[in-house]
Design a protein around this ligand. Structure first.
Ligand code: HBI
Ligand code: FE
Length: 274
C-alpha cells in the first residue's frame, strides 16, 4: 500500500496539521495497490452519483472533459493533457498539503498541485487534508473552466507578492477557502456545490445544503475577515451568484481588498448547530 511521506505534525488552531516535503513528485502510478484502484473507483462512482443535480454546471462539464474512469486511478500526465487543452492549466504531483506561499506559487503559474496518495477506506466520506480524490475529483473539473482558472491565477499572483506571515495573505487565503474550497454557487434559496471540499466529501456535500449550517451571500470583506477551522465540517458557507463576480477583479484589486480586510478585526468564528 502506498503511504504518504509525512515529515512531522505541527500544532494548528483546530488540531495537529501535517507537514510534507514541498517539492514536485512524480506520480508513483505503478506502485498503487489493487485495493487503492478499487477504492478510487468506488469513490468516483459514489460521489459522481451523489453530486449529480447538486453540483454547479461548470463542475459537471469539467468532469465530462476529464473523462475519469473507475477502472484505475488516472495518470496525472493524461489529465494534464486534457486540462491544458480545456483551460491552459497543467497538473503537478505533490506530497500533500503545501504551505500557502508554495501552493499559490504553483497556481500563479497555472499549475494545479495534486496529491499523489489516496485516502484510506475509513476516510471514505471525509478527510480533513487534501488527498488524491479531493485534489483530482474536487478541483480539476472546476479548473477546466477558463474563467475560474483566470480568477485563480490572478488571485494567486496577488498572494505571492506577500511575505509568508503577512495578514494580507491570511485574508487572501480565506477568500480562496470560501470560494474554491467550500464555495456554493447560485441563489441562497437553491445553492449548488462548487467548492472542492464539498464536491469530494460524501458527508459534507450533504451537510452544506442542509438545515444545520449557516449560508450567507458572498461578500469579499466578510469572507476575508472570517476565520475558519480546517479539520471539520464547515459551519458557515458563502453563496456566490456567479463566477463572473470573481473574474471581475484584477490581482491589484484583490490585493487592495485583502489590505482593507486585514486592517479590520477578524469576525467571530461561527459556532456549528448541534
Ligand atoms: N496544499 N496540496 C495542497 N492542496 C491544497 O488545496 C492546499 C494546499 N495548501 C494550502 C491550501 N490549499 C489553501 O487552503 C490555502 O491555505 C491557500
Ligand atoms: Fe482543496
Amino acid at each position: 500500500m502506498s503511504a504518504p511521506r509525512r515529515l512531522e505534525y505541527k500544532e494548528g488552531p483546530g488540531g495537529p496539521i501535517p507537514v510534507y516535503a514541498t517539492g514536485e513528485v512524480e506520480q508513483p502510478w505503478s506502485s498503487y495497490h489493487a485495493d487503492e484502484h478499487r477504492l478510487w473507483g468506488e469513490l468516483l462512482a459514489h460521489q459522481s452519483a451523489r453530486v449529480k443535480g447538486l453540483a454547479c454546471p461548470e463542475f459537471v462539464s469539467g468532469l465530462a472533459t476529464l473523462e475519469l474512469t473507475s477502472e484505475a486511478i488516472p495518470r496525472f500526465e493524461d489529465l494534464s493533457l486534457r486540462l491544458r487543452a480545456a483551460s491552459g492549466w497543467t497538473v503537478v504531483g505533490v506530497e500533500g498539503l503545501l504551505p500557502a506561499e508554495v501552493f499559490f506559487g504553483h497556481l500563479a503559474a497555472r499549475r494545479f498541485p495534486v496529491t499523489w496518495w489516496l485516502r484510506r477506506p475509513e476516510q471514505r466520506d471525509y478527510i480533513a487534508e487534501p488527498d488524491l480524490f479531493h485534489d483530482l475529483f474536487g478541483h480539476l473539473p472546476m479548473m477546466c473552466d477558463r474563467r475560474l482558472g483566470d480568477f485563480v491565477q490572478a488571485y494567486a499572483a496577488a498572494a505571492i507578492r506577500e511575505p509568508a506571515d503577512s495578514p494580507v495573505l491570511v485574508a487572501l487565503t480565506r477568500l480562496y477557502w470560501y470560494t474554491v474550497e467550500f464555495g456554493l454557487w447560485g441563489t441562497l434559496e437553491s445553492p449548488r456545490l462548487s467548492g472542492a471540499g464539498l464536491l469530494s466529501s460524501a458527508s459534507e456535500s450533504a451537510a452544506a445544503l442542509g438545515a444545520n449550517v449557516v449560508r450567507r451571500p458572498a461578500e469579499w470583506q466578510a469572507m476575508m475577515r472570517q476565520p475558519y477551522l480546517i479539520d471539520r465540517h464547515q459551519p458557515l458557507y458563502f453563496v456566490l451568484p456567479s463566477f463572473d463576480r470573481l473574474c471581475a477583479l484584477s490581482a491589484d484589486e484583490w490585493r487592495a481588498q485583502a489590505q482593507e480586510a486585514s486592517s479590520q478585526p477578524d469576525l467571530p468564528l461561527v459556532v456549528p448547530h448541534s
